[in-house]
Design a protein around this ligand. Sequence first.
Ligand SMILES: O=C(O)C(=O)[C@@H](O)CO
Ligand SMILES: [Mg+2]
Length: 258
Amino acid sequence: MPKFSANLGFLWPDRPLLDRIDAAARAGFRAIELHWPYDVSAEAVRERCGRHGLLLLGINTPLGRVDAGEFGLGAVPGREADFERGFLQALEWAEAAGAGAIHVMAGVVAPERKEAGRATLIGNLRKAAALAPETTLLLEGINQRDKPGYFYSTIAEKADVIGQTGAPNVRIMFDVYHAGVSEGDIFRKLAAYLPLIGHVQIAAVPSRAEPDEGEIDYAHVLAELDRLGYRGWVGCEYKPRAGTDEGLAWTRTLNVTL
Ligand SMILES: O=C(O)C(=O)[C@@H](O)CO
Ligand SMILES: [Mg+2]
């Protein structure tokens, strides 16, 4: 059975971040991952994780100008200097908090700028990977229904960018929810891209709720990850239907030990 981490961007949304860390430990998680924790001190997060013996896996790069529709800057032509500033902020926070991975957010790019966006992303990633050789840089596709215009939605596009970047510390964040909404054929893609996968995330399709409903049978997905020999973490990145603690009943349904 894979190892599970609590995504505290979505779980226990009713309380402040440090309390969410306590809740994750109480629920039995051994690792957590965060989205954009920049308004909380990295040292406080490190201390709270240490208190519980929790591993902090990763965070996301800053989004940019959210009011202008930005959702990351990695592939946005003309914003390279802002991307670098944001990446360095993420790196400094991650190192101070003890996180080993950074999800480099590609961002929203107009279709006619797609080729320029690809070159921008590869250039930005080469620099970022060299600046942070000890950190895993994760690339995630986001489905077009949730974030119209996001730079990529398929696993193949991320693998292609990783190949072009040529850095050993850039890996795929295989979010089964986004892959399910965007393209399906999950088992074949897990098998095909396994050597490039640095992290997996799960949520029901199409609801993005606990992974015990909808069109993806997560009992089979988790068994397939085992069968393939995946040794990484599986991030529980779902939006609880109601209370997060009650929602963890899915672990019993699926015979999962946190
Ligand atoms: O939305 C997701 O899926 C994520 O993994 C976040 O980190 C933001 O894209
Ligand atoms: Mg995700």
